[in-house]
Design a protein around this ligand. Structure first.
Ligand SMILES: O=C(O)C1=C[C@@H](OP(=O)(O)O)[C@@H](O)[C@H](O)C1
Ligand SMILES: C=C(OP(=O)(O)O)C(=O)O
Length: 449
């Protein structure tokens, strides 16, 4: 049992190893108090995206893999718990995780897996479950029961698995084996369906072809999947909107070194931008395959100074932000951070190609616009875009809609303007439970109210 207590915050974070799930007492809301320019040097946790993939690959691989630095958050806790239940051996020491894989899908144990709020794990583990010969039950939070699974269910059935669940939503019961063959898959709802099928396909009985039947969103996430599969020795070929995986390929145990999490970094970079501050993120890789790592390009276009460092990235404010028009299809998870920047910028910003944001932890198109309007900002959600006219935002009580990114993005506004209150502050635990403490250690002032 690992526990840290922050007496100023009156807050206890508890992480139970084995269960590896963050257990938060219900926190009251947090009120931020502007404290001048935000100037800090920050190290953020390892990438949640890369950890999700590396741990799944390691769980299926032959031999023992090392993954690190693994972020300690609820989503990744669910993965560690889930792959353990499936039969992988997991050892955690500080932020390094060693995983001895189950080697073959058929060795997966029949079990029940709770993904809680993790869309990525819900999709990835559903495809992995189809490799076993015993039924595996997958369930999650109330919101996760609403998030789309149907296209993945249909594809898994086409590839030979048995998938049962009301309306093809969680809870699902999935039984393999995965025969392989050919399936059609819509790409416009979530790239996670394709990543999930790719990750499991090497263990199908026959070669697999996945043919996209509509345009693929969030493409860099699929590239990240293919890159990490290649690192573990499995090849995916792509042509004409179809992906081919030969049967018989096996993941080999690897050392997976994870990059800094670009979304966790985005809140501090945005803090520099809106408070006339100066922030350095250690280990930030602008060349990363992670799409969200391009967020500093948005800051550059809005008028910040972005400087590449030998081991990181520095963002300095020039005191002014200008509006942008940007296709955010390749970096969906920093749209909320971008929307906050836009609220402080001169002019009207348009963030486009993000229709699929309605399916996230919250309806990120509609809910972000709603909360911005509470701050007196003109914000509109269309079918596939968010349009924000900057002005002089004023303090407001912000509902998170159970979305960690809503909490962390709107907290940034509270570093510059008074009376921003973030409700349900513990919601950050999904990806970044340490967020409030890191913010405080970096000089920000907040109090529970
Ligand atoms: O594959 C992944 O790791 C992810 C893909 C994206 O989802 P969509 O493909 O549904 O946009 C992203 O929003 C999510 O946080 C993580
Ligand atoms: C959308 C996210 O995650 P997931 O889809 O895995 O729930 C996120 O972390 O912003």
């Amino acid at each position: 049992m690992l526990s840290t207590h922050d007496s100023r915050a009156g807050m206890t974070l508890t992480c139970r190893y084995r269960v590896q799930v963050f257990d938060f007492p219900i926190m009251s809301a947090i009120k931020l108090v502007p404290n001048g320019p935000f100037k800090a040097h920050i190290r953020v946790p390892g990438s949640k995206y890369q950890a999700n993939r590396a741990l799944i690959i390691a769980a299926l691989a032959q031999g023992q893999s090392r993954v690190g630095p693994v972020p300690d958050n609820d989503d990744i806790g669910r993965v560690l718990q889930g792959i353990t239940a499936l039969g992988a051996e997991v050892f955690k020491e500080d932020d390094e995780v060693r995983v001895s894989g189950v080697e073959r899908g058929a060795k997966l144990q029949g079990t029940e897996i709770n993904v809680n709020a993790s869309g990525t794990f819900a999709r990835f583990v559903s495809a992995v479950a189809a490799l076993g010969s015993k039924p595996i039950i997958i369930d999650g939070s109330a919101r996760m029961r609403q998030r789309p699974m149907a296209d993945l269910c249909a594809a898994l059935r086409a590839l030979g698995a048995r998938v049962e669940g009301q309306n093809d939503a969680l809870p699902l019961t999935i039984t393999g084996p995965l025969r392989g063959g050919e399936c059609a898959l819509p790409g416009h709802v979530s790239s996670q369906f394709l990543s999930a099928l790719l990750l499991a396909s090497p263990y199908a009985q026959q070669d697999t072809t996945i043919r996209l039947s509509s345009e693929l969103v969030s493409r860099p996430f699929v590239d990240m999947t293919i890159t990490l599969m290649a690192k573990a020795g499995v090849q995916v070929d792509e042509y004409d909107n179809a992906f081919f995986i030969s049967a018989g390929q096996r993941y080999q145990a690897q050392t997976f070194e994870l990059e800094a999490d670009p979304c966790s970094a985005s809140y501090f970079l945005a803090a520099a931008a809106v408070t006339a501050g100066d922030v350095t993120i250690e280990g930030y890789n602008l060349e990363s395959v992670q799409g969200e790592a391009q967020f500093p390009m948005l800051l550059d276009q809005m008028g910040c100074l972005v400087k590449r460092l030998p081991n990181g990235l520095r963002v300095m404010s020039t005191g002014k932000l200008r509006a942008v028009e940007m296709d955010m299809g390749n970096m969906p998870d920093v749209v909320q951070t971008a929307a906050i920047l836009a609220a402080f910028a001169e002019g009207t910003s348009r963030f486009t190609n993000i229709a699929h944001l309605i399916h996230k932890e919250s309806n990120r198109l509609h809910d972000t616009a709603t909360e911005l309007r509470k701050m007196g900002i003109d914000a509109q959600a269309t079918d596939d875009a968010l349009i924000v006219t900057g002005g002089q935002p004023k303090g407001a009580r912000i509902a998170t809609h159970d979305d960690h990114r809503q909490a962390m993005s709107f907290a940034v506004a509270g570093l510059q303007i008074p009376d921003v209150v973030i409700e349900d502050a513990e919601v950050v635990g999904k990806s970044f439970p340490q967020f409030w403490q890191v913010l405080r250690h970096a000089g920000a002032v907040w109090q529970e109210v």
